[in-house]
Write a protein that binds this ligand. Structure first.
Ligand code: FAD
Ligand code: NAD
Length: 464
């Protein structure tokens, strides 16, 4: 009889965990995946990436019809919102994709252990009252909403991203606490559908972590679209009376407080790793100051046989980062060489236009390389964007001045999330700005703006 029930047991079936389980099974390892949620796919498929993009996509159509964009192209329609139907197509997308993972588990012979897993020792966990053993255990438990002290999320009036995806009617006034990715994506959805949206951000600019020029430009674009911003402002209390909430806010650096009324408040101030109830104490594994599980480059924790990936470990909380770590950890467990290049992980905000970046910001690049060269190109001068009535945005390329190697690419453009892939690939291959500038890009495409920004690094763009 085998020493363990499984070669690999993955805890959590989000994009990190389900990908790790499938890859491990593909590599011939006997694999199980424990998931407590009723459907597979984790935050991403159930309440994150997929449902938010379903609402963003549908509301973009509504907005284009309502705000005159379609009319300006000769398509005259008067949109009528059927919110139930919009939610229906969101639920359908989630159902199909989570069902797809269940199909892939069966196809690859991954056993789904239904329930939340708790460590008993480094090679065994308890799931739904049963003890299961494995030679290797991968922690992929993901993250959940960071609460705001003193503010209770009821998912009706004070909502997290999960409640904000499912509002039964369009709020009159939605206040978003946090000008990060979730605040801007979900704030955009409800603004497009008719809500007045106010975004309260603690810092002096939205989208922390992105390049400063891009943050400023994005702020201008969202303001123009009608989102009201209160920057350098912190929310100190939210009181609900009947169907209304009253927020008390004060300047981040202190000063007089003011109040704001809303019929919906979205708390979007970040996410925190899920380790509660996992029984880490049973295996002597501690979390760091930010509540994350630390690993080495191979995703090994300090406990032999226990590995960790995804939102529960340090790094950006992104589905594709979790997926790549899932593949790498399975390959490392199988004795292959699984590597993730954490320097080149693109990030995308799926608003209109999209905002994307990969690599270093200009400030980070200056700190690391000393002298840098920067090339910029506005989407206004890109023929396709102009023709499509999409003038907002720009591309910025940052290169190390000594070697011309591209170290950061930032982009605001309608398809920026798609455009950034070529930048990530070029950087992965160690491209210089000259390499990108002399790569033939199809015309007319938004991607030509990347070529032109690379030419601008060289000092010679054609169309400006
Ligand atoms: P998760 O997806 O969080 O999955 C972890 C799973 O583990 C969960 O299903 C949980 O139930 C399960 N679990 C936890 N503890 C246990 C236990 N003890 N036993 C068994 N199971 C357990 N990222 C992007 O890249 N692009 C996007 O567009 C994007 N949009 C987002 C939109 C929203 C509204 C949110 C909230 C997030 C979004 N993200 C996006 C982030 C993305 O969802 C996460 O980075 C990603 O899901 C992390 O994957 P993971 O596998 O580490 O964890
Ligand atoms: P975030 O970290 O992107 O933004 C949170 C914002 O809230 C920050 O700007 C922060 O300064 C601000 N903030 C913190 N405390 C505050 C307070 N008390 N008052 C006012 N502002 C405050 O976090 P998020 O938007 O909640 O998203 C969580 C995670 O989910 C992110 O790490 C992100 O990577 C991931 N996500 C990704 C996508 C995507 O890739 N498109 C979409 C949604 C979520």
């Amino acid at each position: 009889m085998a020493e363990f029930d499984y070669d690999v047991l993955v805890i959590g079936a989000g994009p990190g965990g389900y990908v790790a389980a499938i890859r491990a099974a593909q590599l011939g390892l006997k694999t199980a995946c424990a998931e407590g949620r009723e459907t597979l796919g984790g935050t991403c498929l159930n309440v994150g990436c997929i449902p938010s993009k379903a609402m963003l996509h549908a509301s973009e159509y509504y907005d284009a019809a309502a705000n005159g964009t379609m009319e300006s192209m000769g398509v005259e329609v008067k949109p009528k919102l059927n919110l139930d139907k919009m939610h229906g197509q969101r639920r359908d997308a989630v159902k199909q994709l989570t069902g797809g993972i269940e199909f892939l588990f069966k196809k690859n012979k991954v056993d789904w252990l239904k329930g939340y897993a708790t460590f008993k020792d480094a090679h065994s966990v308890e799931v739904a009252g049963k003890t299961v053993t494995a030679k290797n255990i991968v922690i992929a438990t993901g993250s959940s909403v960071t609460p705001l002290p003193g503010v209770e999320i009821d998912e009706k009036i004070i909502v997290s991203s999960t409640g904000a995806l499912e509002l039964e009617k369009v709020p009159e006034h939605m206040v978003v606490i946090g000008g990060g990715v979730i605040g801007l994506e979900l704030g955009s959805v409800w603004r497009r559908l008719g809500a007045k949206v106010t975004c309260v951000e603690f810092l002096d600019q939205i989208l922390p972590g992105m390049d400063d020029d891009i943050r400023k430009e994005a702020h201008k674009i969202f303001k123009k679209q009608g989102i009201d911003f209160k920057l350098s402002t912190k929310v100190t209390a939210v009181e609900v009376k009947g169907k209304k909430a009253t927020l008390t806010m004060e300047p981040a650096k202190g000063g007089d407080s003011e109040t704001l009324e809303a019929d919906c408040v979205l708390v979007a101030i970040g996410r925190r790793p899920n380790t509660e109830g996992l029984g880490l104490e049973a295996i002597g594994l501690e979390v760091n100051k930010r509540g994350q599980i630390e690993t080495d480059h191979d995703f090994r924790t300090k406990v032999d046989g226990v590995w960790a990936i995804g939102d529960v470990v340090p790094g950006p909380m992104l589905a594709h980062k979790a997926e790549d770590e899932g593949i790498a950890v399975a390959e490392n467990i199988a004795g292959l060489t699984g590597i993730v290049n954490h320097d080149i992980i693109p990030g995308v905000v799926y608003t209109f236009p999209e905002i994307a970046g990969v690599g270093l910001t200009e400030a980070e690049a200056k700190e690391k390389y000393g002298e840098v060269k920067v090339g910029k190109f506005p989407m206004l001068a890109n023929s396709r964007a102009k023709t499509n009535h999409e003038p907002d945005g720009s591309v910025k390329i940052i290169a190390d001045a000594k070697t011309d190697r591209v170290v950061g690419v930032w982009c605001i453009a309608v398809p920026a999330g798609t455009m950034i892939a070529q930048a990530a690939q070029a950087m992965e291959f160690g491209a210089t700005s000259e390499d990108i500038a002399y790569t033939c890009h199809a015309h007319p495409t938004h991607s030509e703006a990347i070529k032109e920004a690379a030419m601008a690094v060289q000092g010679k763009p054609i169309h400006i």
